[in-house]
Each structure stands twice: as structure tokens, then as C-alpha cells.
Design a binder for this molecule. Sequence first.
Ligand code: GLN
Length: 201
Amino acid sequence: MSITIGVLSVQGDVYENILSTKAAIDELGIDGKAIEAKTPDEISSLDGLIIPGGESTTIGHLSLANGSLNVLKEKIDNGMPVLGICAGMIMLSKTASDRVVGKTDQPLLNILDIKLERNSFGRQKQSFEADVSLDSINIPKFSGVFIRAPSVSEVGPDVEILAKFNEKIVAVKKGNVIGTSFHPELTQDVSLHKYFVILVK
Ligand code: GLN
């Protein structure tokens, strides 16, 4: 069976995630494709979804405005695997509060039982790259690119912690839902995208 993985193409690192997903599909020799998706119809036809990094307030408000927020929630609640990267992980969360500004009225999907601190490592200028380990999913060393990245300050029951950096939680998983603070699409290493493709398959 051929699989279709969509990258939510509202705002953010869409193209980079399409390229990484295609590379992962090719390396695995799986029959599948990676496409852009943003309308309710496009989202309905997907087997898996990546919500890319970018700006979660923009992604949330635009998804609400075009009617896709409810469809996203329904599909993911019904088991569609999803990888939320940075702003994408914020979108998946139950509550998110900015380190400086605090809580805003940004629309969230409220799917993953986690509490997030947005911009937890500082502003754009404080962006950095650091190695992280995701041992439980067999990725012992991964170069994490952190750009205005959130961290997870609380996890609910059954949410697995996949990685920490400087005592802060930076990757989580519950069932088919994965969230990372860092940007795997901005490295040449597609092991996390491969892990996701296999999950979808
Ligand atoms: N700080 C951004 C937000 O709160 C996320 C940054 C990113 O995705 N690189 O939406």
C-alpha cells in the first residue's frame, strides 16, 4: 500500500520537511509520497502528517480560519500519526505559555497532554545546535537545531519522554503522536523522518 504523508503548508518549514520526508521514503525503499496539505479536503486524504516549525500563533489562526483545525484534530484523534516540530509541537499541546509574554489566545489542537514553555531557550539570536539522544527510538545521537524552541514543562500520564537537553524535555511521544523542540528537517540526517515514515507505514 502506498502511503501519503502531508506537511501542513500554512506557514513555516514546509519545503524542507517535504524534502526530508521524500529522502526518508527513498532511503527506506517504501512506496509513498510527501505532499503539501492545508485544506480540509487535502488533510482528509492523508496517512500521516507533519506540522512544521514556524510560528505557532500564525499556524493556529490560519488553520482555524480555513476550517482545517477541526479536521486535523479529528484525524489525529482517530489515529493518524503526526510529527509536530517546534511550532508544530506547540500546536499539538494542551497548554502553551510564552516564557516572556505568558499565555495568549492562540488556537491549539489540545491533543498531546503536555504543558509547554514557548521560546524556552531565548529569542532568534539565541538559536543553537546541540546533540540530543533519542535512545528509546534507537537514535542515540541526533543534531538538534533549536530556533526559538519550546520546552515541555509538564507531561501527562503515558506521555513518553524521548529526549532532554539541559534538564529540559525536548522530545515526547504518545502513541502515534510525536513532538520535538528541535528541527530535524534542517539537518542532513533523516533518521527521525525515517522513524516517522515507518510509524505511518
Ligand atoms: N517560537 C515559535 C512559536 O512559539 C516556534 C519556533 C519554531 O518553530 N522554530 O511558535
